[in-house]
Design a protein around this ligand. Structure first.
Ligand code: DP6
Length: 358
């Protein structure tokens, strides 16, 4: 029996034929936090849309900032409610969360609806709000609030159904998501890379995020990757290129070889965007400042700083560099016309429970 739905028979009410008086155990509110992650080998395509199974593996770095803090409390409400960044969420976001909670309820064998309160530590209107940290935090908070304790791979598989990249944010530091082979997706899960350095400690790199636009991205990743798969003549070539990048990225991380990892990260991002740009109609996430920031990263590199870029489904650039170079890289990117802000992020921990209240 799971805690939130547990019922206690009140002593002395066990008369035959009558149902025992029952007292609901108060809902447990569980709060979890998760950092977002930035893929260095990108996920861009699904082998199964319903279960959200990726067409390839991917590899990312979980960050210490740009995360989500989510509280879930199952209660006696008539429907699920979502408060996102302090305001009631729209129907689409609430429906996505509610469908996710249905999986948790089915697993915990409970029927109660939930109040979900979620806050992103992202500069408002930057377009950086992350489904990765969002569904990782939700998976952990919702399962615990429902009385379930899942193993990290089980949590990763659950988070993946919410959003593919969320499977990686269950883990800290460098994490690799497996494509998996099984139809039920049980092997399409992430794990923390063991090769995080010779002494087992995580590798202290930095990601400098250059914000190049305000507002939400042009097209959400889910729709954009489906459109790329359907219409881009480059899609198959993109998918075929990923396994070699995964091998190279793993080896670079094991050797703590930043230039080797950076080269893989740049080509993975560029190939992903090339496949999207070749879709019909084209998906173009970049703006003039994105291109100017790419040029600045390359100029910094020519001048001797090991720094490499990656770009997700949006116009912002993320620059991978050594910790001692991060301030100078941030200053150089802030000077690029169209870059409004820079943030420096370090490797961060995996999803964790921070509060559980009866
Ligand atoms: C460009 O994980 O947001 O950030 O599974 O459809 O929710 P869904 O997609 P999502 O896609 C992430 C795309 C990416 C690359 C990556 O994070 O690997």
């Amino acid at each position: 029996m799971t805690l939130p739905d547990a019922v206690i028979a009140v002593a002395g009410t066990r008369d035959a034929g009558a149902s025992a008086a029952r007292v609901q155990v108060p809902a447990t509110a569980v709060t979890a936090v998760a950092g977002t992650n930035i893929a260095l080998v990108k996920y861009w395509g699904k082998r199964d849309v319903a279960l959200n199974l990726p067409a390839t593996g991917s590899l990312s770095l979980t960050l210490d900032r740009l995360g989500t803090r989510t509280t879930v409390a199952f209660d006696d409400g008539a429907s699920d409610r979502l408060i996102l960044d302090g305001a009631p969420a729209g129907d689409a976001a609430t429906a996505r969360v509610s469908a996710f909670l249905d999986r948790v309820r089915a697993r915990a064998e409970i029927g109660r609806r939930a109040l979900v309160t979620s806050d992103n530590s992202v500069p408002t209107a930057a377009g950086l709000a992350s489904s990765a940290s969002g569904f990782a935090a939700l998976a952990l908070a919702a399962t615990r609030a429902a009385g379930l304790t899942l193993s990290p791979p089980e949590l990763s598989a659950l988070a993946r159904v919410g959003s593919g990249s969320a499977a990686r944010s269950i883990f800290g530091g460098f994490a690799e998501m497996a494509r998996g082979e099984r139809a039920d997706g049980s092997d399409a899960v992430a794990h923390a890379l063991p090769e995080q350095g010779p002494d087992g400690a995580s590798w202290d790199v930095r990601l400098v995020i250059a914000i190049t636009a305000k507002g939400p991205k042009a097209m959400g990743s889910t729709a954009a990757m489906t459109h790329t798969a359907r219409t881009s003549p480059f899609y198959d070539a993109w998918i075929a290129s990923v396994p070699a990048d995964l091998i190279a990225a793993r080896a670079a991380i094991a050797a703590r070889d930043l230039p080797a990892l950076g080269v893989v990260a740049e080509r993975s991002a560029l190939r992903m965007h090339a496949a999207a740009m070749a879709a019909d109609p084209a998906i173009i996430y970049w703006n003039a400042a994105t291109l100017a920031a790419i040029a600045r990263v390359r100029a910094l590199r020519d001048a001797g700083t090991p720094v490499f870029f990656t770009i997700d489904a949006g116009p912002h650039l993320k620059a991978l560099c050594r910790a001692p170079d991060a301030d100078a890289v941030a200053a150089a990117l802030r000077a690029v016309p169209g870059v409004s802000e820079t943030l420096i992020a370090a490797p961060g921990p995996g999803a964790r429970v921070v509060e559980a209240q009866p």
